[in-house]
Design a protein around this ligand. Structure first.
Ligand code: ASP
Ligand code: MG
Length: 420
């Protein structure tokens, strides 16, 4: 059994949905689990709905209407019959959304976010499932909330593996024995049945969770690029295609910010030794990149990863005591409590510098926790460039015209923080 993940770009319009159906047809009678993301930029549009609702602005209805029209247009391009059942299904989903936003605002903004943003995957999965049936690919639509169970950390929900395994085996496995199944990426639900989301771009991770639980033969992520490249081709014109990657290399690259695969995707598939294929939905014949448990050393070209929107936090100990084990411990604990990941770190005698994503709420939390031990300085608008398998020429080429703030070299990884 195979698990396929189709991202938003692959189903952004009617032609995209048709193309996905063509890809599925290539696999004949195979039963495939299809995990789909919201179409195109729908998640961003739904984030705007969340903001309009929370701020109670007049734009709310317009913003919902844009999303609605967009999806009805996709359906018009797919189904000749104007009374096809898909329209009623979409109406029901939008009716629930309208009902939700007509009520008083609950206390938790993150809860609100998940209830609204999850609508994107509901719509795209209904359209894809209906279209596949229409095009002759028999499939069942599954509400992923029935099987993917999480805690209640809204916006960044943690998977409850035990419950999810049990429900997947009970509900999804028998469905897949019958035919292909279409379900939603990115979302799950608490035991009480409230919808949660797994973090932006989380659909790759959903697919990996199911690949793990179902012991899939492989997982494929269908993208608008030929596979994994040695840098984001939109930023590095000289990026080259990489045909094989070890799990370790993939985990390193994604950890540093390579957005081609969601960083949480690798662990579930590595744990069961399941190969991950990254292939092009534009050119499905193409070989794609294989991520797997390579038993031989792979030669990699220099791989470049950029992380924008970085903030440098400098902590100076107030009473001039050394930044030693205790204080570093307190500081790291504060980052953990705020759920703020450190992307780069450097220590001096009485100071410590940490580079983090610019998430104001989390940064505020860290500052609040340690401001009686440290004076804190914050600098925004920075960029981290990570080069795996670097050489001096590559480093020079990329930093020559930059104002470097920190640089670090480890045997296979070079990192530099510079001003935008
Ligand atoms: N639709 C969600 C997002 O855009 C999840 C995903 O695309 O993987 O973040
Ligand atoms: Mg997306």
């Amino acid at each position: 059994m195979k698990v396929f993940k189709f991202g938003g770009a692959s189903v952004k319009d009617a032609a995209g949905v048709k193309n996905v159906a063509d890809i599925i047809k290539r696999f004949g009678d195979e039963k495939i689990l299809i995990v789909v993301s919201a179409t195109g930029k729908t998640t961003n549009a739904l984030e705007e709905v969340v903001n309009a609702y929370l701020k109670n602005t007049d734009e709310l209805q317009d913003k919902i209407k844009v999303i609605k029209d967009n999806h009805y247009n996709i359906c018009k391009g797919l189904f000749s019959d104007e009374s096809h059942a898909v329209y009623q299904q979409l109406n029901d989903i939008f009716y629930d959304l309208e009902k939700f936003v007509s009520k008083d605002r609950p206390d938790s903004n993150s809860y609100v976010y998940d209830q609204i943003v999850s609508v994107g995957e509901m719509i795209s999965s209904v359209i894809l499932s209906q279209y596949l049936n229409y095009a002759g690919v028999k499939n069942s639509w599954l509400d992923v909330c029935k099987v993917l169970k999480t805690d209640d950390t809204y916006r960044e929900a943690i998977i409850n593996w035990e419950d999810s395994t049990q429900k997947t085996n009970e509900i999804l496995r028998p469905l897949l024995e019958k035919n292909t199944v279409v379900t939603q990426g990115f979302i799950g639900s608490t035991v009480e049945g409230f919808t949660t989301t797994l973090g932006r771009e989380g659909s790759d991770y959903t697919a990996a969770i199911f690949a793990n639980i179902l012991d899939a033969e492989n997982q494929t992520i269908w993208k608008d690029v030929p596979g994994v490249m040695s840098g984001d081709p939109r930023r590095f014109q000289d990026a080259v295609f990489i045909d094989e990657l070890s799990y370790l290399e993939a985990v390193e690259m994604t950890y540093y910010g390579a957005s081609v695969i969601h960083p949480k995707t690798i662990k579930p598939i590595q744990n069961k030794n399941i190969p991950l294929l990254v292939k092009s939905f534009i050119n499905p014949e193409g070989k794609g990149t294989k991520v797997f448990g390579a038993e031989y050393p792979i030669q990699y070209p220099p791989v470049r990863v950029i992380k924008d929107n970085q903030t440098l936090l400098t902590f100076h100990s107030i009473d001039f005591s050394f930044v030693a084990d205790d204080t570093v411990g307190d500081l790291l604990k504060a980052f953990a409590l705020a759920n703020l990941k450190i992307n780069m770190m450097q220590t001096g005698a009485i100071s410590l510098q940490a580079v983090v994503d610019n998430s104001p709420e989390k940064i505020e939390k860290v500052i609040k926790l340690v401001k009686n031990i440290f004076n804190i300085h914050q600098e925004n608008d920075l960029v981290i460039l990570t080069i795996r398998h670097y050489n001096n020429d590559v480093i020079q080429k990329h930093i020559a015209d930059k104002q470097v703030i920190i640089s670090q070299k480890r045997p296979s990884t070079y990192q530099v923080l510079y001003m935008k």
